[in-house]
Design a protein around this ligand. Structure first.
Ligand SMILES: Nc1ncnc2c1ncn2[C@@H]1O[C@H](COP(=O)(O)OP(=O)(O)OP(=O)(O)O)[C@@H](O)[C@H]1O
Ligand SMILES: N[C@@H](Cc1ccc(O)cc1)C(=O)O
Length: 358
């Protein structure tokens, strides 16, 4: 793969690169790039997570040396599973298996448990340095990266350490690339500022789109795009917003039928977003819509652009879109579904499901 092909594989299906020129320069230099994503192993995977999982696959295939940080301590700070570390660790095992079932090349990925970093006193020295360079107001504003609002630090001040840890993770691991959903932007921008002052590597941030929750969302005025994304995202902490990878085909159909999907509107419409960000992100995908002749008969869409045009012009009814998206999504979830049939995994899921606290 030449540099241009690597660059286009790395950047496809993203909403933002900070900055593209820096990425282009590094890729062209032929240097070995080191990248990561962190996630909180704090519940069950939902279809929004497919967006970064597919991106991880692209990065590995483009030759990036890739790390997945199992942010166990961060999840504990964020009250996941009531702070029960044992359950958090088990959830991490499940996520790895899920990635494998989706053909993500887990054997070429380095999985890092946050435990190893927090056991090193140099890590905490770094966290303090980052806090020294960041105002309280800035730290509070960054709480959106953990799905919290500014006010939530009033109750429990450990939450203020979280953004500093996320910034320190990147510096400690000496990364070139940080991948995350757009809701993670504040951590990456802060890292770039702090790293510059410390004379460390400014990370290149790759941001994937955020899938809106099934209840939809409203455009908010005067808020930044990462905050808008965080406000209405599909989240494992809010079960009614999410389609989980372990949902049955019937549950997937029922959830999509009930989802917010205003006619002709694509903005903050979760059903059209599933098509855009998940289904059509796979090369060669075609959306087949089966409908009676009196409503226009069956139709195939070979690109998202065609689908969006038909929807916005009112040539595709929301119900027909929903049925087609549910069928295609169910097909995509066949791999993980086989995994969830395994007795050990089914037992793990049941155990985790009953303990999700937020
Ligand atoms: N709805 C979504 N669409 C796309 N990406 C998402 C979505 N939700 C989370 N992500 C991304 O998944 C990664 C891991 O996030 P995380 O594990 O905290 O999931 P989460 O569902 O946001 O959890 P929670 O809401 O419980 O905090 C982050 O990079 C985040 O941007
Ligand atoms: N803040 C991320 C999880 C995360 C934690 C630590 C990191 O270094 C990176 C990511 C989330 O909630 O999705």
């Amino acid at each position: 793969m030449d540099a241009e092909e690597r660059l286009s594989l790395i950047t496809r299906n993203l909403v933002e690169v900070i900055t593209y020129d820096e990425l282009k320069e590094k890729v062209s230099s032929g240097a070995q790039l080191k990248g990561y994503i962190g996630y909180e192993p704090s519940g069950l995977a939902h279809i929004g997570h497919l967006i970064w999982m597919f991106k991880v696959k692209d990065l590995v295939e483009a030759g990036v040396q890739f790390n997945v940080l199992e942010a166990t301590w961060h999840a504990m700070i964020n009250d996941k599973f009531g702070g029960n570390m044992e359950l958090i660790r088990r959830a991490a095992v499940l996520f790895r298996e899920i990635m494998r079932s989706l053909d993500i090349p887990v054997d070429r990925i380095n999985f890092v448990d946050a435990e190893t970093m927090v056991s090193d006193k140099d890590y905490w020295a770094l966290v303090l340095k980052v806090m020294k360079m960041t105002s309280l107001a800035r730290m509070k504003r960054a709480l959106t990266i953990m799905g919290r609002t500014m006010d939530e630090a009033e109750l429990d001040s450990s939450k203020l350490v979280y953004p500093a840890m996320q910034v320190s993770d990147i510096i400690y691991m000496d990364l070139d690339i940080a991948l995350g959903g757009l809701d993670q932007r504040k951590a990456h921008v802060l890292q770039r500022e702090v790293a510059e002052r410390m004379g460390r590597k400014k990370v290149i941030a790759l941001h994937t789109p955020i899938l809106t929750g099934l209840e939809g969302g409203k455009r908010m005025d005067n808020v930044e795009s990462d905050e808008q994304a965080a406000a209405f995202k599909m989240s494992k902490s809010k079960a009614s917003s999410a389609i989980f990878l372990n949902d049955s085909p019937e549950q997937v159909r029922a959830k999509i039928r009930a989802a917010y999907c205003p006619p002709r509107q694509v903005e903050l419409n979760p059903v059209i977003e599933i098509a855009k960000y998940i289904l059509f992100s796979r090369p060669g995908f075609t959306l087949h819509v089966e409908r009676p002749a009196k409503y226009g008969g069956p139709v195939d869409f070979t690109s998202y652009a065609e689908l969006e045009k038909a929807y916005v012009e009112g040539r595709l009814h929301p119900l027909d879109l929903k049925e087609a998206v549910a069928e295609a999504l169910n097909k995509m979830l066949e791999g993980p579904r086989k995994l969830f049939e395994r007795p050990d995994i089914a037992e793990l899921v049941a155990q985790l499901e009953s303990k999700v606290t937020r």
